[in-house]
Design a binder for this molecule. Structure first.
Ligand code: FES
Ligand code: FES
Length: 199
């Protein structure tokens, strides 16, 4: 759509969890505030509001992003996935199920960001992207083979998500469960609900 503009606001389209939304936003509004306050998607949390904690993590065009650092007006037409788009109580995402089974949270404040970040991280690993913890011998060969996710890799790749409760050991176990199960890992990479290919 053609953005409608005033001096301080614009109307734009955001595709969130496969639904298109036309929203008129103040140019200073972050994507996080638009998700929470305009679209009532309160799963993404405002922890630090400074890009330090990961509680606001969403997938932007399939990649992890801190929505508190993004101006919504700069993302007209973007595709965003929030934790609400991954699954629900009846049909949880494999990683949501693993968090439940592994008791990978306490207060739960960081949990939506951890789960969305985990889904993005599993995709990045499946696509062969290295991390700072990837062994030197695995770097530099461009086979596109999936990265092997041991605990060091998972910790490094999830280091942008802070848990004040210290649920890290169980978060790592939940991610290991999904990473180790090939079919689960495949499902973990799926697009948000609505655009997935049936198994
Ligand atoms: S609220 Fe965005 S990184 Fe903390
Ligand atoms: S479970 Fe409380 S901040 Fe992570």
């Amino acid at each position: 759509m053609i953005p409608q503009r005033t001096a301080t606001s614009s109307t734009l389209t955001l595709h969130v969890n496969d639904t298109a939304h036309a929203v008129t936003v103040d140019h200073r509004a972050t994507l996080l505030d638009v998700l929470r306050e305009h679209l009532d998607l309160t799963g993404s949390k405002k922890g630090c509001d400074h890009g330090q904690c990961g509680a606001c993590t969403v997938l932007l065009e399939g990649r992890r992003a801190n929505s508190c650092l993004l101006l919504a007006v700069a993302h007209d037409g973007a595709h965003v996935t929030t934790v609400e788009g991954l699954g629900d109580e009846e049909r949880p995402h494999p990683l949501q199920q693993a968090f439940h089974e592994r008791d990978a949270f306490q207060c739960g404040y960081c949990t939506p960001g951890q789960i969305v970040s985990g889904v993005g991280m599993l995709c990045e690993a499946a696509e062969g992207h290295p991390s700072h913890a990837t062994p030197a011998e695995a770097l530099g060969h461009s086979t596109g083979a999936p990265a092997r996710l041991n605990r060091d890799e998972i910790r490094e790749r999830m280091s942008g998500n802070i848990c004040r409760c210290g649920a890290y050991p169980h978060i790592v176990e939940a991610l290991e469960d999904v990473a180790e199960d090939g079919s689960q890992a495949q499902r973990a990479q799926r697009a948000p609900r609505g655009s997935e290919v049936p198994a």
